[in-house]
Write a protein that binds this ligand. Structure first.
Ligand code: BES
Ligand code: MN
Ligand code: ZN
Length: 492
C-alpha cells in the first residue's frame, strides 16, 4: 500500500473514496463542509443516520456534484473530548471500512484536524500506522480459499508536503513493516515459530537489509557459561539460540543502543507447570524477541542514522526428565549463582545471561523487552506497559517516546528495598520474590545484572497481545522502540 502526500480538493478529487471527519455534535470539519456545499447540502441530509461516535462510519455513494465515487463519513466523537485516542479511533474505523470497499484509492481528509498541539507530521505518522494496522492479515495457516487482497492500493494524505511530513510517512511505513513482522512472529504457532525459526528470520533480515548477524548455539553458551539460559532450555527438544543482529547506520564510533528481547517460543512453566486454561497464549512469550526483530527491520528499512544491536535469547520452557527442578542452583554468565525456586520464572533466567552478554557491546543504553510477569498485567492492565530503569534520563526518554508513538508505558519503582524478597539461603539469590510486587521483584532480579550499564526494562505481558475474539499480537512495543531510538539519536 502506497501513501502519498498531496493537496486535493475534496469535492473535485477523482478517487474511489474521500474520507471526511464529522464531530458528534454534527459539526463538520472544513473538508466535509466543502463537500456539503458542493453537493448542495446532500451530506448534511444524511447526518440523522449517523452517530459520529469516534470511529463510526457512514458510506455515501454518488453524491451530486462530487467527483469521488464514494464519500466515507467518519465520526470524531465529541469535540471537547477529541484527542489522540479519538483521532486514532477515527483512522481505524475509516481503514476498516475502506478494507471492505472496492475502492483502489482514497484520500483521508482527516489528517489535517488538529490533535492538541501536535504537528501535522504526528497526524501523518499515526494515519499510516493505523491504516497499515487495520489492513494487517494473518491467514497463512488457513487452508482453502483465502479472501482476496483488499483493493485499496493508494492512500492520499491531503496536506501540503514538506520534509518533516515526508519523513514521518517514510518512518511510519517502515515502522509498520517492522510491526507486521513482530505481529506475524507472535501469531505463528509455537510448533512453527521455534528458536531455530527466529534465528532463520534474523538471518533473512540480515540478507534483505545487509545487517550483521551471529547466532550462538548451545555449545557456545556452554563455553561461555550461560548456566541460567541453559537451565531453561534443558527439557526442550528444540535447540536454544542466542541471536545477535546488528544494524549500523551511524559512524562506528557511535555507541549502540542494545535491545534485548525475551524469546520463549513456548512457556509451559516447566516443572512448575502452568494450568491448562489459555496456555496456548504462551506462544506469545517470544513477543519481546519479535519486537526487537521488528524494530530493527523498521530502522534498517528507513535507513535511520543509528547503531542498534538486537540480542535475542530464545528457547522453549518445557517439563520433562531433563527439566530443571525447583531448588536447582545454577551459575549465571555474570558469575552470580541463582536458586531456581520456580521454573515458571524463566524469562529473567534467559534475560540475565543475555544482559550480561550485552556488556561486551559497550552500549550507550540497553533496553530489554519481555512478557515477563502476570503481576504486571494485574498492576497495569492491558493499556500501558511497565517501565523500569536505573537511569532517570533514559526513563524520561522512554516515557516520552511512548506518548509520541501512542504505545505508552508507566514507570514502576526499582528500589533496593525490594531486593530482599529475592533472598536465598543457598545461592546468591533466588529467581522469585513472592507474590507482593511481582513485576517489581522480577525487574529487581534483572537489575542485579545491569549495574554497569544505563538500562531499562519494559514488561509487555499485558500489552503484547490481545485475548478473546480479537486474539492476536499487537506488535507492541515496536512503535515505542522505533520512536525511542530515533529520538535518542536526536530525531524529533
Ligand atoms: N511468560 C510468563 C508471564 C506471563 C503470564 C505473561 C501471563 C502474560 C500472561 C512468565 O514467564 C511467568 O510465567 N511469570 C510468572 C512468574 C512467577 C512464577 C514469579 C508469573 O507471572 O506468574
Ligand atoms: Mn513462565
Ligand atoms: Zn514466560
Amino acid at each position: 500500500m502506497e501513501f502519498s502526500i498531496k493537496t486535493l480538493s475534496p469535492e473535485k478529487a477523482k478517487l474511489g473514496c474521500v474520507v471526511l471527519g464529522v464531530y458528534q455534535e454534527k459539526d463538520l470539519t472544513a473538508p466535509a463542509r466543502r463537500v456539503d456545499q458542493a453537493s448542495q447540502g446532500a451530506l448534511r441530509g444524511t447526518l440523522q443516520d449517523f452517530s459520529a461516535k469516534a470511529g463510526s462510519t457512514l458510506l455515501l455513494r454518488a453524491l451530486p456534484g462530487i467527483a469521488a465515487e464514494r464519500v466515507l463519513l467518519v465520526g470524531l466523537g465529541e469535540r471537547a473530548k477529541f484527542g489522540e485516542s479519538a483521532y486514532r479511533e477515527a483512522l481505524r474505523g475509516a481503514a476498516l471500512a475502506l478494507r471492505e470497499l472496492g475502492a483502489r484509492n482514497a484520500a483521508l481528509f482527516l489528517v489535517d484536524v488538529r490533535v492538541g498541539a501536535k504537528p501535522l507530521s504526528w497526524n501523518a505518522r499515526h494515519a499510516v500506522a493505523c491504516v497499515r494496522e487495520a489492513f494487517y492479515r494473518f491467514d497463512e495457516m488457513k487452508s482453502g480459499k483465502k479472501a482476496p487482497a483488499p483493493a485499496l492500493a493508494e492512500v492520499v494524505l491531503p496536506i501540503s508536503s514538506n520534509d518533516q511530513i515526508r519523513n514521518a510517512v517514510r518512518e511510519a511505513s517502515a515502522t509498520a513493516d517492522g510491526a507486521d513482522l513482530a505481529r506475524t512472529l507472535g501469531n505463528l504457532p509455537p510448533n512453527v515459530c521455534t528458536p531455530s525459526y527466529l534465528a532463520e528470520e534474523a538471518k533473512k533480515l540480515a540478507r534483505q537489509y545487509k545487517l550483521r548477524v551471529e547466532v550462538l548455539e548451545r555449545r557456545d553458551m556452554e563455553k561461555l557459561g550461560m548456566g541460567a539460559l541453559l537451565a531453561v532450555t534443558n527439557a526442550s527438544h528444540q535447540p536454544p539460540k542466542l541471536i545477535v543482529l546488528r544494524y549500523e547506520g551511524a559512524a562506528k564510533s557511535k555507541k549502540p543502543v542494545v535491545l534485548v528481547g525475551k524469546g520463549i517460543t513456548f512457556d509451559t512453566g516447566g516443572i512448575s507447570l502452568k494450568p491448562a486454561g489459555e496456555m496456548d497464549e504462551m506462544k506469545y512469550d517470544m513477543s519481546g524477541a519479535g519486537s526487537v526483530l521488528g524494530a530493527i527491520r523498521a530502522l534498517a528499512g528507513m535507513r535511520a542514522p543509528v547503531n542498534v544491536i538486537g540480542v535475542v535469547p530464545t528457547c522453549e520452557n518445557m517439563p520433562g526428565g531433563h527439566a530443571t527442578r525447583p531448588g536447582d542452583i545454577v551459575k549465571t554468565l555474570s558469575g552470580q549463582t541463582v536458586e531456581i525456586l520456580n521454573t515458571d520464572a524463566e524469562g529473567r533466567l534467559i534475560l540475565c545471561d543475555a544482559l550480561t552478554y550485552a556488556e561486551r557491546f559497550e552500549p550507550d543504553v540497553v533496553v530489554d523487552i519481555a512478557t515477563l510477569t502476570g503481576a504486571c498485567v494485574v498492576a497495569l492492565g492491558h493499556v500501558v506497559s511497565g517501565l523500569f530503569a536505573n537511569d532517570e534520563k533514559l526513563a524520561g526518554e522512554l516515557l516520552a517516546a511512548g506518548d509520541d508513538a501512542w504505545d505508552r508505558v508507566w514507570r514502576l519503582p526499582l528500589w533496593e528495598d525490594y531486593q530482599e524478597q529475592l533472598r536465598s539461603n543457598f545461592a546468591d539469590f533466588a529467581n522469585i520474590g513472592g507474590r507482593p510486587g511481582g513485576a517489581i521483584t522480577a525487574a529487581c532480579y534483572l537489575a542485579r545484572f545491569t549495574r554497569k550499564m544505563r538500562w531499562a526494562h519494559l514488561d509487555v505481558a499485558g500489552t503484547a497481545w490481545k485475548s478473546g475474539r480479537e486474539k492476536g499480537s499487537t506488535a507492541r512495543p515496536v512503535p515505542l522502540l522505533v520512536r525511542f531510538v530515533l529520538r535518542h539519536a536526536g530525531r524529533k
